[in-house]
Design a protein around this ligand. Structure first.
Ligand SMILES: [Fe+2]
Ligand SMILES: [Fe+2]
Length: 337
């Protein structure tokens, strides 16, 4: 068995599976989100695996497959009072969305009657069955299945059940990486802006200044995620990313004092770019566009800026801030701090 070949087949399978649904956006997910999230979580979990002396290949395979059934998730079910319905483990129950097409994953989903199961459970069953089709050792398959199952943590676990579910370090690591990605650091910010702007625009309007001034509420609400991560390495990385977001906020608030320049050249301009493409944003493509086109274009404009030298300097500072922001965003998506 050629490992790289198998990995690439699994990636294709996951990507193809995500594209079987016709709808784009459900709640806080959109079509391209799940794939980009999967790739970032995998990279992060492999990095944590190296730091924690875990099995990096196991994390690579489990990370690839962990959200394989995520697109079955529809809107979260609510009771007569509008309260979200939880199952006995504290997971939100959601509607199941039927895919428009079929493949081996949807066949397995039907065969094993996974309808209505939360996606870590259905994902674990699919993972096990898919990996059986390849030449993996049974022990590896069981370990990968357990990692996928543990990527959502039931509430109020007893110490005994915690040990059962998270006894292996890889299980803790994927949970940590999966929790960090949407919540802390610039990857969390990317998700936040796209959710926030999308819903604001649906309601009719979105306000740049209000968005920036309210960022601390969102950032501070994430501290408890950081504190409750399971591995020490993850808490360390997540705290660094959390601090990075606090700093990002101060940079953005300062930019509000020089609105015209910064909407054109600075982080405010980046925010407005994100807001201009909220339908089905593709993280990797947007990052690449910003690095390869948006930024070089602004750099050229700075050089041609015909106003006084102070404007030119401020514009250059703004461009430098954006360059730094994009470098860090790319770094995070590779799983680095
Ligand atoms: Fe998930
Ligand atoms: Fe995930």
């Amino acid at each position: 068995m050629n490992y790289d070949q198998v990995l690439s087949e699994l990636e294709t399978l996951v990507n193809d599976t995500f594209s079987l649904w016709e709808h784009n956006r459900v709640g806080f997910q959109w079509r391209h989100y799940t794939w980009n999230h999967t790739m970032r979580v995998r990279a992060m979990s492999m990095e944590l695996g190296r730091r924690e002396n875990g099995n990096v290949k196991l994390l690579e395979i489990a990370g690839t497959l962990h959200d394989i059934t995520k697109r079955y998730d529809g809107v979260i079910l609510t009771d007569d009072n509008g309260k979200r319905i939880l199952d006995h483990n504290g997971f939100w129950l959601n509607e199941t969305l039927t895919p428009a097409g079929e493949n081996v994953v949807t066949d397995l989903y039907k065969k094993h009657n996974l309808h209505g199961k939360v996606h870590h459970e259905s994902g674990a069953v699919i993972t096990e069955n898919i990996l059986q089709m390849y030449d993996f050792e049974q022990e590896f398959i069981e370990a990968a299945t357990a990692v996928v199952l543990a990527h959502l943590k039931p509430m109020n676990l007893t110490a005994e059940n915690f040990k059962l579910l998270y006894g292996n370090i890889e299980n803790q690591i994927l949970y940590d990486a999966d929790t960090m990605d949407p919540n802390v650091g610039y990857t969390g910010f990317f998700r936040n802006i796209h959710i926030h702007a999308y819903f604001a625009l649906q309601r009719g309007s979105w306000d740049l200044e209000e968005y920036v001034r309210n960022l601390p509420r969102w950032i501070n609400s994430k501290q408890e995620f950081v504190d409750n991560l399971l591995t020490e390495s993850a808490r360390e990385v997540a705290q660094a990313r959390q601090d990075r977001n606090q700093h990002l906020f101060t940079q953005m608030v300062d930019e509000l004092d020089d609105m015209e320049i910064n909407r054109k050249y600075g982080l405010l301009g980046i925010i407005e770019y994100f807001v201009s493409v909220t339908e089905d944003p593709h993280f990797q493509n947007q990052l690449q566009y910003l690095q390869d086109e948006w930024l070089p274009e602004r750099q050229k404009w700075v050089e041609e800026e015909e106003r006084d030298s102070s404007s030119r300097e401020r514009a250059q500072d703004s461009v430098n801030r954006v360059k730094h922001f994009l470098n860090l965003l790319a770094q995070e998506s590779r799983g680095e701090i």
